[in-house]
Design a protein. Structure first.
Length: 120
């Protein structure tokens, strides 16, 4: 894709790239999206910038591969993810992968909020 074509579809020409800091959606740490990586995305026609740092992306790919392998083998895999409770800020584990941007609660806070909702 030429720089003129890139301009037409809203992608910056390769000469306009510079290193960018992005916050990882999983761990919250900042990582640098380098010029070389941006050119790679441009050349492959990828339109969305990365959301995860390299370690979190690798961890996500490993989780997805493990789930796929377990499903193909017919094995139910128990998932246990360590998270921080959105209400009391205690570390806890949950049996699912939390969605981005949604609060996750420990058992006590979850049951307390559930009983408040039921009584309302």
């Amino acid at each position: 894709m030429s720089d003129d074509q890139a301009d037409q579809v809203g992608i910056a020409p390769a000469s306009d790239y510079q290193d960018r800091s992005i916050t990882c959606v999983d761990c919250g740490e900042e990582f640098t999206w380098t010029v070389g990586e941006q050119v790679f995305f441009h050349d492959k026609g990828l339109k969305n910038e990365p959301k995860r740092c390299k370690p979190c992306k690798q961890a996500k790919n490993d989780r997805l591969a493990a789930i796929s392998l377990a499903q193909s083998a017919g094995v139910r895999q128990r998932i246990e993810v360590t998270v921080m409770c959105a209400q009391c800020h205690e570390q806890t584990t949950v049996p699912f992968y939390p969605s981005q941007g949604r609060p996750v609660y420990c058992r006590a806070c979850f049951l307390a909020s559930r009983s408040m909702t039921a009584s309302a």
